[in-house]
Design a protein around this ligand. Structure first.
Ligand SMILES: [Zn+2]
Length: 195
């Protein structure tokens, strides 16, 4: 069977009013490798990002930022001084959020960090106390972990939150001096103490 090289004529006939080549190439990549929803693996629409609308609506958000004395505040109470504490979403084993975080941490899917930060930022905007926040500080990674992963997933989330909220994110304020990230076998109290 004969194969024809169509790339040259295709490129030759691009009219000037079409999107730039880079965008066109981007579209072509998606034609052959469509972006898939991280929740249900169906192809995403152009306006969708990481999750399809249907999966996005299933995000188990807590809404804690609007609730004084919420579960997160109760858990941190007496451990560290704080004005407000909140958690974005409920985490359940094998749930949507665990799947997203696994992709972000272990499968190099950095776009999930941007997505989560944007979603969290948009929710947090509703809380009046957020306007008094000066800086977003992500949980630091130990430098050995940062070197092997190549990015701090918390910083990706923080930067994206910061863009939505108009608050700078800074990953140079806190340093992790002990490589304590892999301690999933420990209890929550042991993990906090170990840090
Ligand atoms: Zn989906």
């Amino acid at each position: 069977m004969k194969t024809r090289n169509i790339s040259l004529p295709f490129l030759t006939f691009i009219p000037m009013n079409l999107p730039p080549l880079r965008e066109l190439a981007h579209g072509l990549v998606h034609l052959f490798y469509p972006r898939l929803c991280e929740g249900c693996a169906k192809p995403l629409l152009a306006a969708e990002d990481v999750l399809c609308i249907s999966c996005d609506m299933k995000m188990p958000e807590t809404g804690y930022h609007n609730i004084a004395g919420n579960e997160t505040e109760i858990r941190f109470s007496g451990r560290v001084p704080f004005s407000h504490a909140t958690s974005f979403a409920y985490f359940t084993a094998d749930g949507l959020l665990q799947h997203l975080l696994h992709g972000l941490k272990y499968q190099d899917k950095k776009e999930i960090g941007g997505f989560l930060g944007k979603r969290f930022g948009e929710s947090l905007k509703q809380a009046d106390w957020v306007s008094s926040v000066d800086m977003i500080i992500p949980v630091p990674l130990h430098k050995a972990k940062l070197a092997s992963r190549g990015y701090n997933q918390s910083m990706l989330i923080a930067e994206s939150m910061g863009k939505v909220l108009g608050i700078p994110a800074n990953d140079r304020v806190l340093t992790r001096v002990r490589d304590t990230e892999t301690q999933t076998h420990k209890t929550r109290i042991e993990r906090v103490n170990n840090m």
